[in-house]
Ligand binder design. Structure first.
Ligand code: SF4
Length: 296
Protein backbone atom coordinates (compact mmCIF):
# COMPACT_ATOMS: atom_id res chain seq x y z
CA UNK A 1 0.00 0.00 0.00
CA UNK A 2 1.20 3.47 -0.80
CA UNK A 3 1.33 5.65 2.32
CA UNK A 4 3.14 8.99 2.20
CA UNK A 5 3.78 10.31 5.72
CA UNK A 6 2.38 11.90 7.72
CA UNK A 7 -0.67 9.65 7.84
CA UNK A 8 -3.62 10.76 9.98
CA UNK A 9 -7.03 9.26 10.51
CA UNK A 10 -9.75 9.86 13.10
CA UNK A 11 -9.43 7.48 16.09
CA UNK A 12 -12.79 5.85 15.30
CA UNK A 13 -11.54 4.76 11.87
CA UNK A 14 -9.17 2.19 13.41
CA UNK A 15 -10.90 -0.72 11.68
CA UNK A 16 -11.28 0.92 8.27
CA UNK A 17 -9.10 0.23 5.27
CA UNK A 18 -6.86 3.28 4.86
CA UNK A 19 -6.52 4.16 1.20
CA UNK A 20 -4.44 7.12 0.11
CA UNK A 21 -6.51 9.45 -2.08
CA UNK A 22 -4.49 12.62 -1.47
CA UNK A 23 -1.30 13.74 0.25
CA UNK A 24 -1.34 16.77 2.54
CA UNK A 25 -4.07 19.37 2.98
CA UNK A 26 -5.15 21.73 0.18
CA UNK A 27 -5.84 24.52 2.70
CA UNK A 28 -2.90 24.02 5.09
CA UNK A 29 -3.39 27.44 6.68
CA UNK A 30 -5.20 26.89 9.98
CA UNK A 31 -3.17 28.72 12.58
CA UNK A 32 -3.32 25.94 15.21
CA UNK A 33 -2.56 23.03 12.86
CA UNK A 34 0.84 21.53 12.12
CA UNK A 35 -0.39 18.22 10.72
CA UNK A 36 0.74 18.75 7.13
CA UNK A 37 3.14 21.70 7.47
CA UNK A 38 5.76 21.51 4.73
CA UNK A 39 3.81 18.86 2.80
CA UNK A 40 2.81 19.83 -0.73
CA UNK A 41 -0.79 18.92 -1.45
CA UNK A 42 -1.29 16.46 -4.29
CA UNK A 43 -3.92 14.01 -5.40
CA UNK A 44 -2.92 10.36 -5.49
CA UNK A 45 -3.01 8.88 -9.00
CA UNK A 46 -5.90 6.62 -9.91
CA UNK A 47 -3.42 3.99 -11.09
CA UNK A 48 -1.77 3.90 -7.64
CA UNK A 49 -5.17 3.71 -5.93
CA UNK A 50 -6.10 0.76 -8.13
CA UNK A 51 -2.72 -0.89 -7.43
CA UNK A 52 -3.44 -0.55 -3.68
CA UNK A 53 -6.86 -2.11 -4.10
CA UNK A 54 -5.33 -4.95 -6.12
CA UNK A 55 -2.90 -5.54 -3.25
CA UNK A 56 -5.80 -5.73 -0.78
CA UNK A 57 -7.58 -8.25 -2.99
CA UNK A 58 -4.38 -10.27 -3.59
CA UNK A 59 -4.13 -10.72 0.19
CA UNK A 60 -7.78 -11.73 0.19
CA UNK A 61 -8.60 -8.90 2.60
CA UNK A 62 -11.91 -8.31 0.90
CA UNK A 63 -14.02 -8.27 4.06
CA UNK A 64 -13.66 -4.51 4.56
CA UNK A 65 -17.00 -2.74 4.83
CA UNK A 66 -15.51 0.67 5.37
CA UNK A 67 -12.74 2.69 3.73
CA UNK A 68 -11.18 5.90 5.02
CA UNK A 69 -9.68 7.89 2.16
CA UNK A 70 -6.46 9.48 3.39
CA UNK A 71 -5.57 13.12 2.88
CA UNK A 72 -5.99 16.24 5.03
CA UNK A 73 -9.13 17.18 3.12
CA UNK A 74 -9.59 14.42 0.53
CA UNK A 75 -13.11 15.74 -0.14
CA UNK A 76 -11.48 18.64 -2.01
CA UNK A 77 -11.09 16.25 -4.97
CA UNK A 78 -13.67 16.79 -7.68
CA UNK A 79 -16.92 14.85 -7.47
CA UNK A 80 -15.94 13.14 -10.72
CA UNK A 81 -12.62 11.94 -9.30
CA UNK A 82 -14.17 10.85 -6.00
CA UNK A 83 -16.82 8.92 -7.90
CA UNK A 84 -14.14 7.17 -9.97
CA UNK A 85 -12.27 6.20 -6.77
CA UNK A 86 -15.46 5.00 -5.10
CA UNK A 87 -16.44 2.83 -8.05
CA UNK A 88 -12.99 1.21 -8.03
CA UNK A 89 -13.33 0.57 -4.28
CA UNK A 90 -16.66 -1.21 -4.77
CA UNK A 91 -15.22 -3.24 -7.63
CA UNK A 92 -12.48 -4.65 -5.39
CA UNK A 93 -14.38 -4.80 -2.10
CA UNK A 94 -17.80 -6.39 -2.67
CA UNK A 95 -18.93 -5.89 0.97
CA UNK A 96 -18.12 -2.19 1.03
CA UNK A 97 -20.80 -0.03 2.71
CA UNK A 98 -19.15 3.28 3.67
CA UNK A 99 -16.43 5.50 2.29
CA UNK A 100 -15.37 8.29 4.61
CA UNK A 101 -12.67 10.99 4.61
CA UNK A 102 -11.65 14.33 6.08
CA UNK A 103 -13.49 17.30 4.59
CA UNK A 104 -13.62 21.03 5.07
CA UNK A 105 -16.66 23.27 4.75
CA UNK A 106 -15.11 24.75 1.56
CA UNK A 107 -14.94 21.29 -0.03
CA UNK A 108 -18.73 20.92 0.34
CA UNK A 109 -19.35 24.39 -1.06
CA UNK A 110 -17.51 23.40 -4.24
CA UNK A 111 -19.97 20.59 -5.01
CA UNK A 112 -23.50 20.88 -6.36
CA UNK A 113 -26.50 19.24 -4.67
CA UNK A 114 -26.66 16.82 -7.57
CA UNK A 115 -22.98 15.89 -7.11
CA UNK A 116 -23.48 15.33 -3.38
CA UNK A 117 -26.35 12.94 -4.07
CA UNK A 118 -24.28 11.15 -6.72
CA UNK A 119 -21.49 10.66 -4.19
CA UNK A 120 -23.92 9.08 -1.73
CA UNK A 121 -25.03 6.69 -4.48
CA UNK A 122 -21.43 5.41 -4.77
CA UNK A 123 -21.15 5.01 -0.97
CA UNK A 124 -19.30 8.21 -0.14
CA UNK A 125 -21.58 8.74 2.80
CA UNK A 126 -19.55 9.88 5.82
CA UNK A 127 -17.31 12.93 6.30
CA UNK A 128 -15.12 14.04 9.17
CA UNK A 129 -15.32 17.83 9.23
CA UNK A 130 -12.96 20.20 11.02
CA UNK A 131 -15.45 22.77 12.29
CA UNK A 132 -13.63 23.65 15.55
CA UNK A 133 -15.77 26.46 17.01
CA UNK A 134 -19.04 28.30 16.51
CA UNK A 135 -17.46 31.67 17.31
CA UNK A 136 -17.19 33.53 14.01
CA UNK A 137 -14.27 35.71 15.10
CA UNK A 138 -12.30 32.62 16.17
CA UNK A 139 -12.95 30.92 12.82
CA UNK A 140 -11.42 33.98 11.18
CA UNK A 141 -8.59 34.16 13.72
CA UNK A 142 -7.73 30.49 13.07
CA UNK A 143 -7.84 31.14 9.31
CA UNK A 144 -10.32 28.31 8.77
CA UNK A 145 -11.44 29.77 5.44
CA UNK A 146 -15.18 29.77 6.17
CA UNK A 147 -17.71 31.71 8.22
CA UNK A 148 -20.28 30.35 10.61
CA UNK A 149 -23.06 31.13 8.13
CA UNK A 150 -21.24 29.21 5.41
CA UNK A 151 -20.79 26.26 7.77
CA UNK A 152 -24.52 26.29 8.56
CA UNK A 153 -25.49 26.36 4.88
CA UNK A 154 -23.08 23.61 3.84
CA UNK A 155 -23.87 21.28 6.73
CA UNK A 156 -27.58 21.55 6.02
CA UNK A 157 -26.85 20.72 2.36
CA UNK A 158 -25.02 17.59 3.50
CA UNK A 159 -27.99 16.56 5.61
CA UNK A 160 -30.33 17.17 2.72
CA UNK A 161 -28.15 14.99 0.45
CA UNK A 162 -28.11 12.21 3.07
CA UNK A 163 -24.38 12.36 3.85
CA UNK A 164 -23.51 11.43 7.39
CA UNK A 165 -20.88 13.53 9.13
CA UNK A 166 -18.83 13.94 12.24
CA UNK A 167 -18.41 17.55 13.33
CA UNK A 168 -15.10 18.17 15.09
CA UNK A 169 -15.02 20.78 17.80
CA UNK A 170 -12.05 21.96 19.85
CA UNK A 171 -12.64 22.48 23.55
CA UNK A 172 -10.59 25.49 24.59
CA UNK A 173 -10.63 26.96 21.07
CA UNK A 174 -11.42 30.46 22.30
CA UNK A 175 -8.79 30.41 25.02
CA UNK A 176 -8.85 31.02 28.72
CA UNK A 177 -10.93 34.18 28.84
CA UNK A 178 -13.77 32.89 26.67
CA UNK A 179 -14.21 29.19 27.40
CA UNK A 180 -17.79 29.47 28.64
CA UNK A 181 -18.64 31.74 25.70
CA UNK A 182 -17.18 29.10 23.36
CA UNK A 183 -19.25 26.36 25.00
CA UNK A 184 -22.45 28.39 24.65
CA UNK A 185 -21.80 29.28 21.00
CA UNK A 186 -21.15 25.60 20.26
CA UNK A 187 -24.31 24.59 22.10
CA UNK A 188 -26.47 26.97 20.04
CA UNK A 189 -24.96 25.87 16.75
CA UNK A 190 -24.94 22.14 17.48
CA UNK A 191 -28.50 22.22 18.79
CA UNK A 192 -29.55 23.92 15.56
CA UNK A 193 -27.62 21.63 13.17
CA UNK A 194 -28.18 18.34 15.03
CA UNK A 195 -25.04 16.64 13.66
CA UNK A 196 -25.15 12.82 13.67
CA UNK A 197 -21.75 12.68 15.43
CA UNK A 198 -19.78 15.17 17.53
CA UNK A 199 -16.05 14.62 17.90
CA UNK A 200 -14.73 16.72 20.77
CA UNK A 201 -10.98 17.18 21.20
CA UNK A 202 -9.07 19.67 23.33
CA UNK A 203 -6.82 22.50 22.17
CA UNK A 204 -3.13 21.76 22.54
CA UNK A 205 -0.75 24.20 20.93
CA UNK A 206 2.29 22.96 19.08
CA UNK A 207 5.48 24.93 18.63
CA UNK A 208 5.56 25.09 14.84
CA UNK A 209 2.24 26.92 14.49
CA UNK A 210 1.31 30.59 14.20
CA UNK A 211 -0.98 30.14 17.19
CA UNK A 212 2.05 29.25 19.29
CA UNK A 213 3.69 32.52 18.22
CA UNK A 214 0.51 34.29 19.29
CA UNK A 215 0.69 32.62 22.70
CA UNK A 216 4.26 33.85 23.10
CA UNK A 217 3.20 37.34 22.01
CA UNK A 218 0.41 37.31 24.60
CA UNK A 219 -2.40 37.40 22.05
CA UNK A 220 -3.89 34.02 23.01
CA UNK A 221 -4.06 32.49 26.46
CA UNK A 222 -4.50 28.74 26.47
CA UNK A 223 -7.10 27.23 28.80
CA UNK A 224 -5.94 25.29 31.81
CA UNK A 225 -6.93 21.64 32.24
CA UNK A 226 -9.63 22.73 34.69
CA UNK A 227 -11.06 25.34 32.31
CA UNK A 228 -11.21 22.78 29.51
CA UNK A 229 -13.09 20.36 31.73
CA UNK A 230 -15.49 23.15 32.79
CA UNK A 231 -16.08 23.97 29.12
CA UNK A 232 -16.88 20.36 28.33
CA UNK A 233 -19.30 20.14 31.26
CA UNK A 234 -21.02 23.35 30.12
CA UNK A 235 -21.21 21.99 26.57
CA UNK A 236 -22.65 18.63 27.56
CA UNK A 237 -25.20 20.24 29.87
CA UNK A 238 -26.47 22.51 27.10
CA UNK A 239 -26.64 19.99 24.26
CA UNK A 240 -30.21 19.13 23.30
CA UNK A 241 -29.61 16.43 20.72
CA UNK A 242 -32.24 14.19 19.21
CA UNK A 243 -29.98 11.39 18.01
CA UNK A 244 -26.25 12.13 18.12
CA UNK A 245 -23.18 10.17 19.12
CA UNK A 246 -20.83 12.18 21.32
CA UNK A 247 -17.22 11.06 20.99
CA UNK A 248 -15.05 12.71 23.62
CA UNK A 249 -12.33 10.08 23.69
CA UNK A 250 -9.62 12.00 21.92
CA UNK A 251 -6.26 11.56 23.67
CA UNK A 252 -6.18 15.30 24.31
CA UNK A 253 -9.22 15.06 26.62
CA UNK A 254 -8.32 14.67 30.29
CA UNK A 255 -11.54 12.80 31.15
CA UNK A 256 -12.70 10.68 28.21
CA UNK A 257 -16.47 10.40 27.80
CA UNK A 258 -18.59 9.01 25.00
CA UNK A 259 -22.15 7.92 24.39
CA UNK A 260 -25.44 8.53 22.67
CA UNK A 261 -27.27 11.78 23.14
CA UNK A 262 -29.69 12.39 24.65
CA UNK A 263 -29.86 9.13 26.64
CA UNK A 264 -26.25 9.01 27.97
CA UNK A 265 -25.94 12.71 28.81
CA UNK A 266 -26.43 12.45 32.58
CA UNK A 267 -24.19 9.38 32.75
CA UNK A 268 -21.36 11.25 31.00
CA UNK A 269 -21.75 14.29 33.25
CA UNK A 270 -21.78 12.10 36.37
CA UNK A 271 -18.63 10.33 35.16
CA UNK A 272 -16.79 13.65 34.69
CA UNK A 273 -17.87 14.75 38.19
CA UNK A 274 -16.65 11.49 39.68
CA UNK A 275 -13.29 11.55 37.86
CA UNK A 276 -12.71 15.18 38.85
CA UNK A 277 -12.45 14.04 42.47
CA UNK A 278 -9.26 12.11 41.59
CA UNK A 279 -7.48 14.96 39.80
CA UNK A 280 -5.16 16.99 42.05
CA UNK A 281 -6.21 20.64 42.29
CA UNK A 282 -2.77 21.87 41.19
CA UNK A 283 -2.97 19.79 37.99
CA UNK A 284 -6.24 21.51 37.06
CA UNK A 285 -4.32 24.81 36.93
CA UNK A 286 -1.73 23.54 34.45
CA UNK A 287 -1.74 23.77 30.66
CA UNK A 288 -2.60 20.47 28.87
CA UNK A 289 0.22 18.40 27.43
CA UNK A 290 0.20 17.36 23.80
CA UNK A 291 -1.24 13.92 23.00
CA UNK A 292 -0.72 11.66 20.05
CA UNK A 293 -3.77 12.84 18.08
CA UNK A 294 -4.69 9.62 16.35
CA UNK A 295 -1.42 9.53 14.41
CA UNK A 296 -1.20 6.19 12.71
S1 SF4 B 1 -7.00 21.85 10.48
FE1 SF4 B 1 -7.57 20.61 8.70
S2 SF4 B 1 -8.03 22.12 7.07
FE2 SF4 B 1 -6.84 23.20 8.65
S3 SF4 B 1 -4.71 23.05 7.96
FE3 SF4 B 1 -5.08 21.34 9.38
S4 SF4 B 1 -5.64 19.62 8.07
FE4 SF4 B 1 -5.87 21.47 6.85
Amino acid sequence: MQYTPPVFRPPFEESSLLLQAAIGCSHNKCSFCSMYRGVKFQAESLSQIEADLQEVRAKNHIWYKRIFLLGGDAFVLSAERLKAIALKCSEYLPRLENISMYASIMNIKNKSDHELRELVSVKINDLNIGFETALDDMLEYFNKGFTLDEARTQLLRLKEAGINFSLNIIIGAAGSKRYIENARANINFLNEIQPPFIFAGTMHIEKNTTLYDDVLAGNFTECTVGENISEEIELLRGLEMQNTYFYGRHVSNTIPVWGNLPEDKEKMLAYIDEELKFIPEEYLHTIPLKGSEGAH
